[in-house]
Design a protein around this ligand. Structure first.
Ligand code: EPU
Length: 429
């Protein structure tokens, strides 16, 4: 069991390099199984969600060679059909991509209902609708999603909600289907484009990714390739927000600035200065933060996965800000932790009204989920005194070398082993 111990109240200065995108990697790595060949994937983030998906592929008989900590070679020629049991699938959300992949390759999939961060109900009805429109029969039996098809045939699928996961899963299931599949009202996130580019590198025929209509013409088979995953938009945004919250001058490297525009726009509105380079952004902030309103939206809107981090900036910005969540039903569970640090936030349903305070104070807080955990680190860096962040296993799901990277920009943060008796004593208190 580990905690982060942060001594806050300092500005941040220096350079930080962003890793590959988690939400692209967790789809692209299983998608390699569709090729029945050898695939090399570069720029994978070294995080626990990726380790889990690699373990599942290993269990399915894929040959896994770690070339280095960010490059993997996957040989899926000897992969056999397997169920994906609860003990593996329940740990992370992206296990649902195995349904699309296995349905595409074996015309059959049995995967336990996925886990992941708790933001309220997380249905997969649009994934199932997509698979059914391709000709699959899908049932949920004892917590397992069971899908079978004699053959998959391209179809026109209208998504009732804009869903990243459903858009990617239908792409995965349809890439080897017969004929043309059209996904309407598709999600447009950068990782959708990355998955399409990866599948096309293996010989797929996908057009329109990044727009709300994606056309997938099924091909007979896919071949091996070498592919490099895009930089992580949310990891980049997290360091940008940290620089804006603490003040200072930070260069965030290995990014695609276009993917960061909504985050840059809001940070500028709040008083930071952003300079874009070809593959880096520089965030400086030396004047006081001012209030602004933020509403999360599907891409290209402000990402929901940056909402908790942005709440920290608004907590110390002069004036009253309105932070609205429009993607998830229940993504303000972390607010109680910020209140304990002295923030002034009132939540009413999917809206938080944030009254800026002059300072936060370090206390013991919990990472209630992955992005909430990132927000707790930023709050700890801003706060006067010492903050202890518990349950950091959530943060390790999505941030590579988070302690080292924050240290490189001058943060006083340490990962500290906590013995079990201490944990029990702390919980009892
Ligand atoms: N939805 C449905 N039916 C479905 C699918 C989704 O009603 O079949 C609803 C959801 O309940 C939600 C909205 O549609 O209200 C959007 O959900 P989406 O499917 O886009 O989310 P997801 O694919 O499950 C991914 C990311 C999340 C990120 C969301 C939104 C992965 C593995 N996860 O989840 O990332 O918040 O898109 O951008 O890609 C994170 O990285 O911390 C994280 C939670």
């Amino acid at each position: 069991m580990e905690n982060f111990v942060i001594n806050g109240g300092h500005e941040l200065f220096g350079e930080v390099t962003v890793s590959g995108a988690k939400n692209a990697a967790v789809a692209i790595i299983p998608a390699a199984l569709l090729s029945n060949d050898i695939v090399r994937i570069e720029n994978i983030p070294n995080i626990s969600d990726v380790s889990l998906i690699i373990q599942i592929l290993d269990r399915m008989g894929a040959g896994i060679k770690m070339i280095n900590k960010n490059t993997i070679e996957i040989d899926s020629r000897s992969v056999t059909y397997q169920e994906v049991p609860y003990e593996l699938a329940s740990h992370f959300r992206a296990s649902y991509y195995l349904i699309g992949v296995m349905l595409g390759r074996f015309k059959k999939a049995e995967v336990a209902m996925p886990g992941g961060c708790d933001f309220g109900v997380r249905p997969i009805d649009q994934h199932i609708k997509g698979f059914e429109m391709l000709g699959a029969k899908v049932e949920t039996i004892n917590g397992m999603v069971c899908a079978t098809a004699d053959k998959l045939i391209g179809s026109s699928i209208y998504m009732d909600v804009v869903s990243v996961g459903a858009t990617m899963n239908v792409m995965l299931a349809s890439v080897l289907a017969r004929g043309l599949t059209i996904i309407e009202n598709a999600a447009k996130e950068p990782h959708i484009v990355d998955l399409a580019n990866f599948l096309n590198s293996m010989g797929a025929d996908i057009r329109g990714a990044g727009t709300d209509v994606i056309k997938i013409r099924g091909v007979e088979k896919l071949h091996g390739c070498t592919y490099s995953i895009i930089p992580d938009q949310i990891e980049a945004g997290t360091y940008m927000v940290a620089a804006a919250a603490c003040g200072g001058d930070v260069l965030v490297k290995n990014v695609i600035p276009k993917h960061l525009e909504s985050i840059s726009a809001k940070l500028e509105e709040a008083g930071a200065e952003i300079i874009e380079y070809d593959d880096a952004v520089r965030v400086t902030r030396f004047k006081p933060l001012t209030r602004c309103n933020v509403k999360t939206m599907p891409h290209p809107g402000f990402p929901t996965d940056m909402q908790p981090q942005m709440a920290v900036v608004l907590s110390i910005a002069k004036g009253t800000s309105i932070l609205s969540e429009s993607v998830w039903d229940n993504r303000f569970q972390y607010v109680g932790q910020l209140l304990r640090m002295g923030a002034d936030i009132q939540v009413d349903g999917k809206t938080a009204v944030i009254e800026g305070v002059s300072a936060l104070t370090g206390v013991k807080v919990k990472a209630t989920d992955l992005r909430a955990g990132a927000a707790m680190i930023i709050a700890g860096l801003v706060a006067q005194g010492t903050t202890i962040v518990e349950d950091i296993q959530y943060i390790d799901r999505g941030y590579e070398d988070v302690c080292e990277k924050f240290s490189m920009i001058g943060a006083d943060i340490k990962r500290v082993e906590v013995s079990e008796p201490d944990v029990i004593a702390a919980d009892a208190g």
